[in-house]
Design a protein around this ligand. Structure first.
Ligand SMILES: CC(C)(COP(=O)(O)OP(=O)(O)OC[C@H]1O[C@@H](n2cnc3c(N)ncnc32)[C@H](O)[C@@H]1OP(=O)(O)O)[C@@H](O)C(=O)NCCC(=O)NCCS
Length: 146
């Protein structure tokens, strides 16, 4: 059964989340997470898609203040991509954030993922820039509470 839910920082599910993000986003670039980076995530919101107890997709939201959330570390496991899970997760996270009073979501999209976020209503702003060795675009979307 597929379920979408929030993940508590420091939990066993959070350990799965860090592993998924490492395998999808960092290991291919030869990068790892610094301990301070993960400690700071205690204050962020974590969202996941589970198939049974297996975490198959995740995204993290950081409060930038002023009603703006920074969505980051979006990853769908390799054997689960292209099935609509990324779109469902993004929508779930946006709904939760809007319900908590966030009015806007911003993100740094890898150039290769810009089309995915564009389909979800995000618009590119500004010039391309480099992050974790890859070209990225800043994107933004207004969040509307249901
Ligand atoms: C990018 C990623 C999050 C998309 O998740 P996904 O579950 O594979 O995407 P979905 O199946 O929900 O796709 C939703 C829509 O976006 C499209 N789409 C998905 N990935 C896309 C991409 N990289 N570029 C353009 N369009 C894309 C799909 O075709 C689909 O379109 P449709 O609604 O017309 O059918 C996922 O492939 C992933 O984790 N990739 C590796 C890590 C990564 O790049 N993360 C993003 C860092 S910014």
């Amino acid at each position: 059964m597929t379920t979408l839910r929030e993940i508590a920082w420091g939990s066993r599910e959070y350990a799965q989340e860090v592993d998924l993000r490492y395998r999808l986003l960092r290991e291919p670039l030869g990068l790892w997470f610094r301990a301070t980076e993960l400690e700071a995530e205690e204050h962020e919101q974590h969202f996941g898609v589970f198939e049974g107890r297996r975490l198959v997709a995740c995204v993290v939201a950081r409060d930038l203040g002023g009603g703006v959330a920074h969505l980051r570390q979006m990853a769908v496991d390799a054997d689960r991509q292209g099935r609509g899970l990324g779109a469902r997760l993004l929508s779930f996270a946006e709904e939760r954030l809007a319900a908590r009073g966030f009015r806007e979501a911003v993100l740094h999209a890898r150039e290769t993922a810009v089309g995915f976020y564009a389909k979800a209503g995000y618009r590119v702003e500004g010039e391309p820039f480099e992050e974790v060795t890859l070209p990225h675009r800043r994107m933004r979307k207004s969040l509307t509470p249901r």
